[in-house]
Design a protein around this ligand. Structure first.
Ligand SMILES: [Cu+2]
Length: 112
């Protein structure tokens, strides 16, 4: 009897080792091509806003559409893109794009 119990335990232990490893499928992580992708905003904090020069330095989190990790960098922007209420130190959500090999902020939304 003891023998059978032991064998069963071993069999179960062995069977658990044979559980098929679920293959990781990353295909679903592929960048969405939908129009909605244009609306994806990134998180950031305004470090230095220069409205005259049309440049803003932002410490930002990952920017998925640019394949960029978190960092501090300067973007250019066109007049009217950064809301008048936005000032240095503000938390914002923003959309950045690469235009003419220049990183440009095309939308800025103050974060609450
Ligand atoms: Cu960056």
């Amino acid at each position: 009897m003891k023998q059978i119990v032991l064998r069963t335990a071993l069999a179960l232990a062995f069977a658990s080792l044979l559980q098929p490893v679920v293959a990781m499928d990353h295909s679903s992580h592929a960048a969405p091509v939908a129009k909605a992708a244009n609306q994806v905003l990134s998180e950031g904090k305004v470090r230095r806003l220069d409205r005259g020069a049309g440049s803003v330095t932002i410490t930002h989190g990952p920017i998925e559409n640019l394949g960029m990790g978190a960092m501090t960098m300067t973007f250019s922007f066109k007049q009217g893109v950064v809301p008048a209420s936005v000032k240095d130190g503000d938390q914002v959500r923003f959309r950045a794009e690469e235009k003419d090999s220049q990183y440009t902020v095309v939308r800025v939304v103050p974060a609450k």
